[in-house]
Design a protein around this ligand. Structure first.
Ligand code: FAD
Ligand code: 2HG
Ligand code: ZN
Length: 481
């Protein structure tokens, strides 16, 4: 792991003692882990770039149990890190020092699913893919999908406000999450688990917890509205010669496919080489500088396929795409999606991964990639770019065999300054966590950050809930200093 964060001072929290462990064992019989081998997974982030040294992991099953242990931690001034599937990519889900890890691993009950409204109410620890399988039996789908679906928890998704590959179609969790139950840092339960589509009775408090990355409380219950599962899905993979063509194809797709388009993703050729080389995946197309993945989901397969074929003809006739294939059967669709969804996993095989997730106006997207590639050319194994073009979200990654401070110094703060100068965001969908919190001012004004700090203080005056995350180490004054 890197030594990037070792200079951080530990906050003035108590240290867990035997009496504390006794208390936890009494409340959570058989669900208190102090074994260092078992703790290793929970102390280390998915990217293996941040490692904490927590001595205890708690696995409650109910909101009441979460409330009891959090109240105890609050009284004892013990710091906490909430954890879901531990697939977060910004170092937010693992402790920095010896924070107590409270995991939602055993909170995986589905409370209800209304087949008429499509509203699902469940515990926060339900794994995203399991939820999707469950609602599919009722002809519905979860309005969120991402590469980590097999291990991330819905509570973790809500806590990070995860975007993913269907945001283009279903919008963000700020729209589809209807209610939450949250255990606040003093142990009190905020029950806003309404299954209502509309509820304008004062401030919409749940919104504060969507994207709060565990810093304001522990989400224990989620109510989410599930759209109809599309009857027919088809995917096109296109090859093209430059990034401008990717954008041209996007415009053509919007006009040809309109409401049936459910994803529009791009990969550059180093990304394709990456998944082919590191994971032995096979692409159905020959080699091109850029690739576009377009997905359509609708209610009438024949109709959708016809539209997709017409789109393919149009982009070929106009010279926007150089080649393309359409897949309508499940296995072929899965193969194409695997190329895109496995980019993150394939990067890990190189060694150390410097990961950036930015929003940028589309016309600047690839200029940043080219500038970075030139700047880092002799210092990295590769510079790869892919992402959710339809959402203006670029994923830009660099790899070296192991962490190198000099390479990092070439990337940061240069990249973040570039993004700020071009009116982008330093975190499009992964959040700030530990790794990016000190770059918050690149995307938020001092007065906005200051209001965030005021809210944090009001809800968590002792600062025990996921310390060192999201808010920067130093809060600037109103004059920006
Ligand atoms: P964790 O990683 O355990 O936690 C993430 C953060 O949420 C931490 O700050 C943690 O403290 C907090 N947290 C977790 N559970 C709770 C809770 N119950 N209450 C309060 N706080 C909590 N993200 C995207 O946005 N789009 C993508 O397309 C995408 N693809 C991914 C693909 C892969 C292969 C991987 C590894 C990650 C990807 N991610 C993506 C990152 C994404 O944020 C996470 O996968 C997911 O949303 C986090 O869920 P989790 O349960 O693993 O949370
Ligand atoms: C994705 O879209 C995820 O695949 C991961 O958000 C992004 O690996 C990344 O950089
Ligand atoms: Zn993504």
């Amino acid at each position: 792991t890197s030594s990037q964060f070792t200079n951080l001072p530990r906050g003035p929290y108590s240290v867990v003692n035997d009496q504390d462990i006794q208390f936890f064992k009494k409340v959570l019989q058989g669900r208190v882990t102090t074994d260092s081998n078992e703790l290793e997974f929970h102390n280390t982030d998915w990217l293996k770039t941040v490692r904490g040294s927590s001595k205890v992991l708690l696995r409650p099953k109910t909101t009441e149990e979460v409330s009891a242990v959090v109240k105890y931690c609050s009284d004892r001034h013990l710091a906490i890190t909430p954890q879901g599937g531990n697939t977060g990519l910004v170092g937010g889900s693992v402790p920095v020092f010896d924070e107590i890890i409270i995991s939602t691993q055993l909170m995986n009950e589905i409370n209800s699913l209304d087949p008429v409204s499509g509203i699902l109410v469940c515990q926060a620890g339900c794994i995203l893919e399991m939820l999707d399988n469950h609602v599919q039996e009722h002809g519905l789908t979860i309005p969120l999908d991402l590469g980590a679906k097999g291990s991330c928890h819905i509570g973790g998704n809500v806590a990070t406000n995860a975007g993913g590959i269907r945001l283009l179609r279903y919008g963000s969790l700020h729209g589809s999450v209807l209610g939450l139950t949250v255990v606040l840092p003093n142990g009190e339960v905020m029950d806003c688990l309404t299954p209502l589509r509309k509820d304008n009775t004062g401030y919409d408090l749940k919104q504060l917890f969507i994207g709060s990355e565990g810093t304001l409380g522990i989400i224990t219950g989620v109510s989410i509205v599930c759209p109809q599962k599309p009857n027919a899905v088809s995917v096109a993979l296109l090859g093209c010669e430059n990034f401008q063509k990717v954008l041209d194809i996007f415009v053509t797709c919007k006009s040809h496919l309109a409401e049936i388009m459910s994803a529009f993703e791009f990969m550059d050729s180093p990304s394709m080489e990456l998944v082919k080389g590191n994971l032995s995946l096979v692409s159905p197309l020959s080699e091109f500088p850029f690739y576009v993945l377009v997905e359509c989901s609708g209610s009438d397969g024949t109709h959708d396929e016809e539209k997709l074929m017409k789109m393919l003809q149009a982009v070929m006739n106009r010279g926007e795409a150089l080649d393309g294939i359409v897949a309508t059967d499940y296995a072929k669709i899965e193969n194409i999606w695997a190329l895109r969804e496995n980019c993150a996993l394939a990067l890990l095989k190189d060694g150390y991964n410097y990961k950036y997730d930015v929003s940028l106006p589309l016309q600047h997207f690839y200029t940043l990639v080219e500038e970075m590639r030139e700047r880092l050319k002799d210092h990295v194994i590769r510079t790869v770019a892919y992402g959710h073009v339809g959402d203006g979200n670029l994923h830009l990654n660099f790899t070296t065999s192991k962490y190198c401070a000099a390479t990092m110094a070439l990337i940061e703060p240069f990249l973040y300054n570039w993004v700020a100068r071009h009116d982008g965001s330093v975190s499009a969908e992964h959040g700030l966590g530990l790794k990016k919190r000190d770059f918050i001012y690149h995307s938020k004004t001092p007065s906005a950050v200051s209001l965030m700090a005021t809210i944090k203080k009001a809800i968590d005056p002792q600062g025990i809930m996921n310390p060192y995350k999201v808010l920067p180490q130093v809060i600037r004054g109103e004059d920006g200093i």
